[in-house]
Design a protein around this ligand. Structure first.
Ligand code: F6R
Ligand code: MG
Ligand code: MG
Length: 366
């Protein structure tokens, strides 16, 4: 057995300024220092960044997925940084830390987790996607385009090593069950589920020979907490090239202006805008929902990079189109489909408004 490398991308919103706009640089510095101290011990390498109000911990190591020590380290960083955020009275300090006590794994406790363990190839490009103001199912559309749509990924047609297709592991986040779909033969069945991204979320994509190609975070905060505590703001790891989609095939779907759930109060549909790191800050209507992509080469667990992949004029046009969509949706004000459907509003503060009118409703005579 070749030794494996694991990438753990663990994120949390532990407080931001002003409001839900962005993380504070002093807190990112603290997190980066804490992870650096573990390099050569628990970790091989690390990088700390943010997307909007979410702090993103990127860690490489040899301990595999769901490792207690790695999760404990992430928990310690979030806890220490929460203390600092509370001292600074940052907004929503400690928001995603839903429990005081750590019990071996940060999953189900608030933070979002995407991890991937793999044998490094001769050269291994990896793209890390980080989103703010949306939910985990937001990745479904993009993963389908990358790994199952030959109009997006010509490699599926012309590269014999990709011709067999991929296996999508889909999680039902409501019923807590999972299923695998094989593509291309089951694309219609796959789409029947993943077209409903608030419930069905792609967790992994693997090549049919078992090579792991993509891994996402699937935590739904509202389902854990039973109420609205901020949007999940998911993350995703995608490996590329040499029998997997090329870096450019992975990025190309983001040139489509796609509408996701989230944005203001986690209650609105809005355009998912790809941005470079300098623009990974939410403003208009607490958004629009944003996605950042940092690219690395992985070399014996070391992260060579990052490259800020959406910091490029090639994505200017989709950003313009997203702004146009934002205008159109915003003009709907409190009306659907800008506002989410009633069943998705169940976890927001809307039911509290409805409660006040419960007794004023009268039956309509037959
Ligand atoms: C989005 C988000 C924000 C808040 C909004 C209201 O994920 O967290 O849009 O929902 O700013 O926040 P409160 O109720 O704290 O004033
Ligand atoms: Mg926040
Ligand atoms: Mg956020």
């Amino acid at each position: 057995m070749m030794p494996t490398t694991t990438i753990s991308l663990i994120k949390a919103d532990i407080g931001s300024f002003p409001g839900h706009s962005r993380t504070h640089p002093k807190i990112l510095e603290k997190a980066a220092r804490m992870l650096k101290e573990e390099e050569g011990k628990l970790l091989i390498d690390s990088f700390v960044t943010h997307c909007g109000d979410d702090m993103e911990l990127i860690m490489t190591h040899t301990r595999g997925e769901d490792d207690e020590k790695i999760h404990a380290l992430a928990w310690k960083v979030f806890s220490e940084c929460t203390k600092m955020a509370k001292e600074m009275k940052l907004y929503g300090a400690g928001q995603d830390i839903l429990s005081e006590a750590f019990s071996g794994n940060v999953k189900g406790m608030g933070p979002g987790v995407a991890e991937m363990e793999f044998e490094e190839r001769g050269s291994d490009p990896v793209l890390l996607f980080m989103a703010d103001k949306t939910e985990p199912g937001a990745w479904n559309f993009y993963l389908y385009k990358m790994f199952a749509d030959p109009f997006n990924t010509p490699g599926l047609v012309i590269d014999p090593t990709m011709h067999e297709g991929f296996i999508f592991e889909v999680h039902d986040v409501m019923e807590k069950r999972k299923i695998e779909f094989r593509t291309p033969e089951e694309i219609y069945s796959l789409l029947a589920y993943i077209g409903a991204p608030s419930r069905y979320v792609i967790k992994y994509v693997r090549r049919k020979d078992g090579v792991v190609a993509a891994s996402t975070s699937t935590q739904r905060l509202s389902l854990i907490a039973g109420k609205y505590v901020g949007k999940d703001d998911p993350v995703m790891i995608v490996r590329g090239q040499s029998g997997l989609p090329a870096v450019g095939e992975i990025l190309d779907p983001f040139a489509i202006p796609f509408i996701v759930a989230g944005w203001m109060r986690g209650s609105h549909h809005g355009p998912f805008m790809p941005v470079g790191l300098p623009d990974a800050n939410c403003t208009r209507f607490d958004g629009p929902p944003r996605v950042l992509c940092l690219g690395f080469q992985v070399c014996n667990g070391k992260l060579i990079g990052p490259a800020d992949m959406f910091d490029d004029p090639a994505f200017d046009r989709v950003r313009d189109r997203c702004n146009e969509l934002a205008d159109i949706l915003r003009a709907h004000g409190p009306f659907e489909p800008h506002r989410l459907s009633l069943d998705e509003m169940e976890y927001t503060t809307l039911p509290n408004v409805e409660k006040q009118f419960r007794d004023r409703w009268k039956p309509i005579p037959e």
